[in-house]
Structures are given as C-alpha cells and as structure tokens.
Design a protein around this ligand. Structure first.
Ligand SMILES: N[C@H](CCC[C@H](N)C(=O)O)C(=O)O
Length: 278
C-alpha cells in the first residue's frame, strides 16, 4: 500500500489515496501504521476518498482504530494532497467529513505548492445532547464543575462534530496532562469519550493549548480542539472571537464568526511517501 506521511502543526497522520488504493479494514490498519516502533508512526490514518457530495471525502481513524467525525489538521493536509497531485485542482473546494461538508481555501505559491490552508470548520454544537455528554440534552455545559481523580475541575464542552472538553489552567506546561487526560477522555460524563484541551490564556487574542486526544493520547496539535477552544473562550469571556492558538507543534489562527462558523488557518506539511505491506 502506498502512503504519504503529512502533518498539520505536528499532528501527524498516514494518508492513503483512496482513489488508487482499496482499504478493507481501516480500523485495524490504523492501529498497525500508527505504532511508532512496529509501524510507520502517526496519530492515526486518514483516507482520501471520492465523494458524490463534494470534491473529496476524508475519513479519519485514531491510533487506537476508532473512527472520528472530523480532523481539523487532517483536512488541511487532504486539501494540500489533492491540489498538489492534481486530483482536485481548485483553490476553493468542499471536503466531505463526518462533521459535514466543509469549505476549504488554499493559498498555493507560484509553483503550485500549498503550505497554508483555511478551513470553514462549521458551527459549534453546544448542547449536552449534541456533544454528547450526560445531563439535560438541551442544556449547555459552560464552566461546569466535575470530579476527576479526586479533584474538582471546571469544563466547557463543545462539539465540532467530535466531542471536546475544554479546561482552563494557570500553567499548561506544569499541568499533569498525561495523568488526567486519559481519565477525562473516559469520564462517565462522555458516552462516546472526549478529546480534552488544557488551555492557558495569554491575552484576549492569544492562548496556549495542550491536547489529550480521544483515541490518540497527547498530540502536538488538534484542529477541532483549537476550534472548540475558540468557542469556549467566547462563551466564558476568557478570550476574543479571533485568537492565535500556540500549540506544541505550531500555531493556528482561528475566528468564531458572528454568523456561526469557526474559521481555522494553519500549516499543512508533507514529510515523505512510502510503501507499507498490507
Ligand atoms: N482524536 C479526535 C480525531 C482527530 C482530531 C484532531 N487531530 C484534529 O486535528 O481535529 C477524535 O477522536 O475526535
């Protein structure tokens, strides 16, 4: 199987061109390729597929084999992949994801190379029923207290098609992400588990985020998580509608438009291509 390794701000995936390859068991393949010792090494597997509803379709599988609805860093790399290889030679395209049909804008250089992509991430879903999380289905969860590992934390929960639990901390470097991340990911509040974002506010327009991802562990960046953090900042008054999010692997620029969708602009990088035995 031919593959291409790409990353968005350090959130790295193995990409397979589904226009040329057929993958029968993506859940199992995701686990194999993601292994950083016995496989290729990645946060998961992304399939680039034909679509009868959009220019291209993306399916994303976490390193544990679970399929997710959406991947913000991944969708930027999918756009780069299809443009540079001439599969979809358009600077504005629509990508079909589990979170809906998303508009994407590319900024190719004179040589047709794409390093930066803007994604319309769609509107946040804010009710417990949509996230999903326990509690009254039509209620929001903004700065709510909850118990984990004997501590009381406060969370703001947002879905961008996939679930996010946003927690504000004073010092994101010092926070025990590896200890608390997995316990929050699997907290009984979240019937489909959740991604967890730990956020330190630097100013109204700047935050630092660390991420414990559902099905992948701590990653260097999370695009849907950064979108959820943008929304949580506005809902809690901690940051503005337009922010620069400094993640471990790079920066993302985000804006939650009054009209509803969240825009995210960030890097898309190709590392290498290769062959992997199925
Ligand atoms: N772990 C996520 C999927 C990957 C999302 C993230 N890598 C992004 O850039 O949005 C989930 O299970 O919902």
């Amino acid at each position: 199987m031919k593959f291409t390794k790409m990353h968005g701000a350090g959130n790295d995936y193995v990409y397979v061109n589904g226009f040329e390859e057929t993958i029968d068991n993506p859940e199992e393949l995701a686990v194999r390729v993601s292994d950083r010792h016995f496989g290729i090494g990645s946060d998961g597997l992304i399939l680039i597929l034909p679509s009868d509803r959009a220019d291209v379709r993306m399916r994303i599988f976490n390193a544990d084999g679970s399929e997710a609805e959406m991947c913000g860093n991944g969708v930027r790399c999918v756009a780069k992949f299809v443009y540079e290889r001439g599969l979809v030679r358009k600077e504005r395209l629509i990508i079909e994801t589990g979170a809906g049909l998303l508009p994407v804008e590319l900024f190719p250089d004179a040589g047709g190379r794409v390093d930066r992509v803007r994604v319309g991430m769609g509107e946040p879903r804010l009710t417990r029923g949509e996230i999903p999380m326990a509690g009254p289905a039509d209620e929001r969860a903004v700065d709510i207290p909850f118990e984990v590992a004997g501590r009381t934390l406060r969370a703001t929960c947002v879905s961008m098609g996939n679930p996010h639990c946003v927690i504000y901390v004073d010092d994101v470097d010092a926070f025990p992400v590896a200890e608390l991340g997995p316990q929050i990911e699997r907290h009984p509040l979240f019937p489909q588990r959740t991604n967890v974002e730990f956020v330190q506010v630097l100013s109204q327009g700047e935050v630092r985020q660390r991420t414990w991802e559902r099905g992948a562990g701590e990653t260097l960046a999370c695009g849907t998580g950064a979108a959820a953090v943008t929304v949580a900042g506005v809902l809690t008054g901690r940051s503005g509608r337009r922010i620069v999010n400094h993640l471990a692997g790079g920066d993302l620029v985000l804006e939650w438009l009054e009209a509803g969708p969240v825009l995210m602009t960030g890097p898309a990088t190709e590392v290498f291509s290769g062959e992997f035995p199925l």
